[in-house]
Design a binder for this molecule. Structure first.
Ligand code: NAG
Ligand code: NAG
Ligand code: NAG
Ligand code: NAG
Ligand code: NAG
Ligand code: NAG
Ligand code: NAG
Ligand code: NAG
Ligand code: NAG
Length: 833
């Protein structure tokens, strides 16, 4: 031990001697910067020197990294394509202001190519913004002759301008590294496309992967990952000279970066001084609908739907057979084609969307919405128009001349677009501008209308017969499709080695989780420990290892793999793959940095304000609705509880743990079991007592979760000095007496400015936990009740109202068990019958 310490001391001493940090932030002309020496910017934020990308690499690069960040985070590399093979490189600064990187034998491997005649006394300086500049002279505001911000690698620091100088054609863009070891240009880039209305794009090679959207005056229109945030201020400039995008930090003391990552995601992250980690702030693409043109022409993407793609209203799939199969590459077409300019057309308003790709569109400033419509009406090839600016200060007009691509639903923060349709499209679903056109038509053309009507009738008749045929075909296809999928499920159930899921090999898992070390352990789930890990490409994962001694775990493992591999919803945790090796069985999930809802509710209450709580309640509701109704399998989760709800970086809830889930057929809504599984406190009475489970048992559990979120107390183990009721009974009594606010967690009360929403949520919670399954609302009603003002029925007595019920006895006997095994454990019981 002693000698090891001495060794370490010696080593660190040598390290100190080798790394000579220059006091000045200037690169001197008489003395080159050698490997081992560094230069620190005046404020101490950044450091310039030689480095190897990984400890095992012998290649040397000249680069800039964060000086106050404990993990080496390189932000810029000079010789990306031409590494030095040894430590004999040096950086020279010539009298002409040329920065040159010279290798051991005197060859120049990289040069700034500073081209500026007549510079007398150039200065090379590392600024505190991380920008390495060559300037004309020592004065503060002298011009930059060259700057590293013009040649960003994979990182954009605040102030780096991604875009194009339209005069010289010079482009600045981000390019991912090729690998962790190799900073040369990799597969993904983040660029600015100046065509049409300029937009940022994330490219995979030469293919668009993600579109940032057009700048609407405030943000890149309707891009979930690039929405304005409290920490970042995005800036977009478009003038005849240049088009660019940059960002600033609102808190200038923060340490932040935007990185084009190896695995194809653009990530915004800030340095967390507390955890000594980079916190991921947002990344693009953020979900399936962020993938460029997922649903193709005139397709509408909504990641909350299943399937995520549908056609815009008044449009239909071009290839219906492929479309129902989930192959959306054909896109959609108008039900009634707009044939030529002579025919009457009109515009239909579509609201709440991410505006389509503007690369082939025309943009005009100072054009009112009416003139915009007029312009589009007059040009035969115009298909749609929109007002882009949402700040209300500018009149502007966007016209599209090609198929509309990459549209997604974006709710209340989305924008409006007016799409040209044949005037025979009679029903008007949204907007009223088209109604007005119709009105005008009726007034000005009373006679023409008559002849039009007969033509219309004819068209309608033809379309009707056509549609009928098509519908029949569609129905047949759908039938075939659903038969196919249930068949597949059976195959999977019998032969579970036939899963459509990536297999990780054991060595990869070991490497990612530091040999499943204790320091990587996140917690203990129902069937074994969970570890945090990171794959080679940097992706963070959570590995659930099934205890090899638990025989019951195997079934649950298969179950979970079968179900979750087929489920995709933003409120369900995503399974990345699994690993099976001899006795080891592991599930690999996306890692959820914010832990579980349980942890927040009962350990970090102060971090949850009402908007977050309400967001979480709504998210769980939507996840459950998807399981119950919208997914292909229709699933009852059977073990919903706060510890099975994980939270991602944005506090979006994700339902996890499908070990006990059961699928049920299209018609049946429930079943019986002799094996009662679940967690006491969340189980419905009919399930705990009789083994009957249905979607309504999940509704019950959901109700308990709502009430726990609102009260900040667990249902199980709830004790009140005045009565013997459990949490549900406690809330119900207060509700009946109109004193509902008394049961709300005080912390929540303080942080809430919408008491109405709180009361409504309590009400919905109580409806969910009613004794009788028939009385409980379905999840679709719950989602509606939470999001609108529909009148609510009054709740009847909740199930397991008092602890004197039969459940109470079971509960108290099992709570002893709970003390040893922790209250997160799910239990499995053989029913006594
Ligand atoms: C770089 O600087 C060193 C030391 O001043 C000098 O010997 C060498 O010739 C320079 N190399 C180049 C290419 O300028
Ligand atoms: C320096 O670079 C030249 C040209 O690329 C190469 O031939 C030479 O071997 C390099 N010297 C060292 C020591 O790497
Ligand atoms: C400098 O010029 C050389 C040769 O034209 C080129 O290969 C290199 O990429 C240039 N370096 C920079 C930083 O532009
Ligand atoms: C900068 O140095 C490089 C490499 O020596 C050279 O090719 C280039 O012409 C120099 N530029 C100027 C302006 O001196
Ligand atoms: C990028 O494109 C390649 C080749 O087209 C494809 O194999 C890869 O999956 C793509 N990457 C992502 C993240 O989609
Ligand atoms: C980070 O935290 C340490 C102590 O925890 C403190 O001394 C240091 O000043 C902090 N650094 C920044 C940049 O806030
Ligand atoms: C998807 O559909 C298109 C036609 O819409 C077809 O050309 C293509 O082959 C289909 N792709 C697959 C994988 O079936
Ligand atoms: C319609 O607009 C397109 C694109 O701006 C233009 O090329 C074409 O000439 C216009 N047609 C008419 C009839 O104005
Ligand atoms: C559409 O109708 C709403 C009220 O129904 C009205 O406020 C709005 O001005 C109308 N829009 C247009 C473009 O006429």
């Amino acid at each position: 031990m002693e000698s090891r310490h001495v060794h370490l001391l010696l080593l660190s001493y040598m390290f100190c001697v080798l790394i000579l940090t220059r006091a000045a932030d200037n690169i001197r002309r008489d003395e080159p910067l050698r490997d081992g020496e560094t230069i620190v910017s005046s404020g101490g934020n950044f450091e310039l020197g030689f480095f190897s990308p990984t400890p095992t690499s012998s290649k040397r690069y000249l680069g800039i990294w964060f000086n106050k960040v404990s993990v080496q985070t390189v932000v810029w590399v000079a010789n990306r394509d031409t590494p030095l093979n040894d430590k004999n490189g040096m950086l020279n600064f010539t009298t002409q202001g040329n920065l040159t990187l010279v290798n051991g034998s005197g060859s120049v491997v990289w040069s700034s190519n500073t081209t500026r005649g007549g510079v007398q006394n150039p200065i090379a300086q590392l600024l505190d913004s991380g920008n390495l500049v060559v300037r004309e002279d020592a004065s503060e505001n002298s011009n930059y002759v060259w700057q590293s911000f013009d040649y960003p690698g994979d990182t954009a620091l605040p102030g780096v301008k991604i875009g194009i100088d339209l005069k010289t054609g010079f482009r600045r863009f981000l390019w991912s590294w090729k690998s962790r070891n190799d900073p040369s240009n990799g597969q993904y880039s983040f660029i600015f496309d100046p065509n049409g209305f300029p937009q940022p794009f994330l490219m995979n090679g030469s293919i668009q992967r993600f579109r940032g959207g057009a700048w609407n005056g405030q943000s890149f229109a309707n891009s979930p990952s690039l929405l304005p945030s409290p920490s970042y201020k995005y800036i977009f400039a478009s003038d005849p000279d240049q088009v660019y995008f940059t960002y600033e930090l609102i808190d200038t003391s923060a340490i932040a970066r935007v990185v084009m990552q190896l695995h194809g995601f653009l990530e915004l992250s800030t340095w967390n001084n507390l955890t000594q980690n980079w916190d991921n702030f947002g990344s693009a693409p953020a979900d399936n609908c962020d993938i460029y043109s997922q649903c193709n022409a005139y397709g509408l993407c909504n990641s909350g739907n299943s399937p995520i793609c549908s056609c815009l209203d008044k449009f239909e799939p071009k290839d219906p057979t492929e479309w129902v199969r989930g192959n959306w590459s054909g896109g959609c077409v108008r039900k009634t084609p707009v044939l030529n300019c002579q025919k009457e057309v009109k515009f239909l308003k579509y609201s709440g969307i991410k505006l389509p790709d503007t690369r082939f569109s025309w943009y005009g400033r100072g054009v009112t919405l009416n003139s915009c419509e007029e312009l589009c009406l007059r040009n035969c090839s115009c298909v749609a128009y929109a007002k882009l600016d949402t700040t209300g200060t500018n009149e502007d007009c966007l016209l599209w001349f090609d198929e509309l691509m990459d549209i997604r639903e974006f709710g209340s923060s989305g924008q409006d677009i007016y799409i040209k349709l044949d005037s025979s499209e009679t029903e008007i679903s949204t907007g009223n501008s088209s109604k007005e056109i119709l009105k005008k038509l009726r007034i000005s053309l009373p006679l023409a209308a008559l002849s039009l009507l007969s033509v219309l009738c004819l068209i309608l008749y033809i379309r009707h017969t056509k549609n009928k045929k098509k519908k029949e075909e569609e129905n047949q296809n759908q039938q075939r499709f659903s038969e196919g999928s249930s068949e597949m499920l059976y195959i999977n159930k019998s032969k579970n080695d036939d899963l459509d899921l990536p297999l990780f090999d054991f060595a990869t898992i070991l490497e990612a989780t530091n040999n499943l070390s204790l320091s990587n352990k996140l917690g203990e789930g129902g069937f074994g420990p969970v570890y945090k890990g990171a794959l080679k490409d940097g992706q963070e994962i959570a590995v659930k290892r099934l205890s090899r001694y638990s025989a019951q775990g195997t079934d649950e493992f298969k179950n979970e793999v079968i179900f979750i591999a087929k489920l995709q919803h933003r409120n369900l945790v995503k399974l990345l793959g699994c690993c099976i090796q001899a006795e080891e069985k592991m599930l690999v999930y996306e890692y959820m940095p914010n832990n579980s809802l349980d942890w927040f509710l009962f350990d970090r209450r102060s971090l949850l304000d009402w908007p977050k709580c309400f967001h979480i309640i709504n998210g769980i509701a939507r996840g459950l609705l998807y399981l119950h109704q919208d997914s292909r399998l229709r699933i009852i989760h059977r073990d919903l509880k706060p510890s099975n709800v994980l939270l991602d970086i944005d506090m979006n809830p994700k339902i996890s743990d499908f070990g006990m889930a059961r699928s049920f057929g299209g018609n049946e809504t429930g079943a019986m079991t002799t094996r009662v599984v679940g967690t006491y406190g969340y189980m419905s009475p009919e399930y705990a007592e009789e083994g009957k489970f249905s979607v309504k048992s999940d509704v019950f559990s959901f109700g308990v979760v709502i009430l726990e979120i609102l009260s900040g107390t667990r249902n199980r183990g709830f004790i009140h000095p005045d009565h013997h009721h459990n949490l549900l009974g406690h809330v119900w009594i207060h509700f009946k007496e109109g004193r509902v606010m008394e049961v709300i967690n005080t912390h929540l009360k303080e942080l809430c400015n919408n008491l109405c929403e709180v009361q409504r949520s309590v009400h919905v919670g109580l409806l969910c936990v009613q004794q009788c399954p028939e009385d409980r609302p379905s999840m679709s009603s719950v989602v509606l009740m939470l999001s609108s003002d529909v009148p609510l029925p009054s709740p009847k007595e909740p199930g397991f109202f008092t602890s004197r019920s039969r459940f109470g006895e079971v509960n108290s006997s099992s709570s002893k068990l709970g003390e040893h095994s922790g209250n997160q454990l799910s239990i499995t019981l053989l029913d006594a019958r």
